[in-house]
Design a protein around this ligand. Structure first.
Ligand code: AMP
Length: 297
């Protein structure tokens, strides 16, 4: 039978279980845990691409059972952001997950996740207002709240996230630590197109011209990396290198270029230990992010 999302079971061997209610998801996940199987969770907003799939592979390699969630979380979008037009490709996503032999797809509705009157939020103070949190007020409150709910519903042993969203990783690590959550976060490397552009569900918004312009993100990071390799370790001077590269691309409107501690997201003066070099810029109305870690791990 077709689900609310129009996903059909494709073959008799297809064992992907599609779950749309919290009650059913809890029951299934508790049973898995009770039977002693390791459970991995890959939280996503759908419109799956190779970046998401790398998290699925990582979970499948580590865990007996892999659950993927697809939920376009209204709480993490600002009033003028792209919640309404965010790409939703449930049918295709379901087929992909099925082909990868994922066990469970959790795809609740917004009403299921946030019934009327829901009033509890998770706020990771400080961290939530840095980098993307500075440009997108309330974004990380929405992210932390939904991920905390997913963790409680699924109670996974491991949860898989992409380094692509480096600030999100810092916020969630802190949340897990502060709230003593019994889950281990696994962070997977950024998956890129062959020309260097980080894969993102939002890349579909780009015109061919903007797609070309967006390469400046990775280019700017590579220039910073090469300056650091040549011995420059002053963060301000390295940021200048990155900003100058972005300025050279008239199609790009810089949001931030920052060099920060990857855990606290506090600005660094010098690149000596591990530093996160992060950039965000608009191409038309599309905001893209990218980052590298220095020294390269
Ligand atoms: P999203 O659907 O955009 O919320 O992303 C779901 C998860 O996939 C997050 O943990 C992201 O960091 C991760 N992710 C998105 N793009 C990439 C990428 N290019 N490489 C690795 N992970 C990614």
């Amino acid at each position: 039978m077709a689900s609310r999302l129009g996903l059909h079971r494709r073959t008799r061997d297809d064992h992907l279980k599609i779950v749309e209610t919290i009650a059913e998801m809890k029951a299934i996940c508790r049973e898995i845990t009770r039977s002693g199987k390791t459970l991995g969770l890959v939280p996503t907003m759908g419109a799956l691409h190779e970046g998401h799939l790398s998290l699925v592979f990582a979970s499948k390699a580590k865990c007996r059972v892999t659950a993927v969630s697809i939920f376009v979380n209204p709480l993490q979008f600002g009033p003028n952001e792209d919640y309404g037009r965010y790409p939703r490709t449930f049918e295709r996503d379901g087929s992909l997950l099925s082909e990868l032999d994922v066990d469970i797809l959790f795809a609740p509705s917004a009403a299921e996740m946030y019934p009327e009157g829901a009033a509890t939020h998770v706020e990771v103070e400080g961290l939530s207002s840095r980098l993307d949190g500075g440009s997108r007020p309330g974004h990380f409150r929405g992210v932390a709240t939904v991920v905390a709910k997913l963790f409680e519903i699924v109670r996974p042993d491991y949860a898989f996230f992409g380094q692509k969203d480096a600030a999100q990783v810092a916020v969630l690590r802190k949340m897990v630590r502060d709230l003593n959550m019994d889950v281990q976060l696994v962070v997977c490397p950024i998956v890129r197109e062959s020309d260097g552009l980080a894969r993102s569900s939002r890349n579909v918004y780009l015109s061919p011209e903007q797609r070309r312009q967006a390469l400046v993100l990775y280019r700017s990071l590579m220039l910073v990396e090469s300056a650091a390799r040549s011995g420059e370790n002053d963060a301000d001077r390295l940021i200048e290198v990155g900003k100058r590269a972005i300025e050279k691309e008239p199609g790009a409107r810089l949001d931030y270029f920052a060099i920060v501690d990857p855990d606290s997201l506090e600005p660094l003066q010098e690149v000596s230990q591990c530093a996160l070099v992060a950039v965000a810029a608009f191409f038309g109305t599309t905001r893209l992010i990218d980052n590298i870690l220095l020294p390269v791990r």
